[in-house]
Design a binder for this molecule. Structure first.
Ligand code: ADP
Length: 216
């Protein structure tokens, strides 16, 4: 991980200039991700969506189904390999331009081991930490989402609660792992527009200071 002020820091080739989104399941990362993805100059990657796009009959697709179905994380080395291939494909297809697009990583890294593995590939600007103290609010949101989106991991209460435990044990420690001046706390227990407003107050200055105005 590089946190210096230079615009593009290359380590073994391409370096992705990124912001990481961290928050528990149901906190609203997906909603915010979709809104952010519509902004020119921002490229949003959701690891959950990345996995769900895999062919269910492929080896990786099967592995994902096996782990996600019971609320477990896909093993780190497989996750990172899939992520690297996914990023390379997006660069190749020119839908993501590393020199001019701010990358939002949503759902990856999911633990400290993954943070170590992706560290060399990213220049990290901020970690956006979405906080909602009331976990019942989040369980309610997930139940609502499962009715709408037909997700294998949302339908069973026990799996949802297990994912919460996995988040607490594996993902939340990322907040202590990264330098504290990079952490930006967002109150997620409010309207989607208010959450977006808070997130943009962090992203807009980064975009203005480090990236050329996006071509629209
Ligand atoms: P949520 O944020 O609601 O937990 P996601 O869509 O981000 O849902 O992830 C769904 C599932 O995909 C996870 O429970 C896990 O099995 C798998 N997954 C997503 N991201 C990662 C990751 N970075 N590492 C390992 N597994 C992951």
């Amino acid at each position: 991980m590089t946190t210096d002020k230079s615009p593009l820091h290359e380590v073994d080739g391409l370096c992705y200039q990124a912001v990481i989104l961290v928050g528990p399941p149901g906190v609203g990362k997906g909603t915010q991700g979709k809104l952010l993805a519509g902004i020119p100059g921002i490229f949003h990657v959701s690891s959950g969506d990345m996995f769900r796009e895999l062919d269910v009959n492929s080896k990786c697709g099967q592995i994902f189904q096996q782990y996600a179905g019971i609320g477990k994380l896909v093993p780190d080395h497989i996750t990172i390999k899939i992520w690297q291939d996914y990023m390379a494909a997006k660069v190749h297809e020119q839908v993501y331009r590393p020199e001019s697009d701010l990358l939002i990583l949503d759902g990856i890294p999911r633990n400290i081991a993954q943070a170590g593995l992706i560290g060399p590939y990213i220049k990290l600007f901020k970690v956006i930490y979405m906080v909602c103290e009331d976990r019942e609010v989040m369980f309610r949101r997930i139940r609502g989402r499962s009715l709408k989106e037909n997700r294998i991991d949302d339908s069973e209460e026990i799996v949802v609660r297990y994912r919460w435990d996995v988040y607490k044990r594996e993902t939340e420690p990322l907040i202590d792992y990264y330098p504290q001046d990079l952490i930006r706390i967002i109150d997620a227990d409010t309207t989607a527009a208010d959450v977006l407003h808070q997130i943009l107050s962090t992203l807009v200055p980064i975009q203005k200071n480090y990236f050329k105005p996006p071509v629209m």
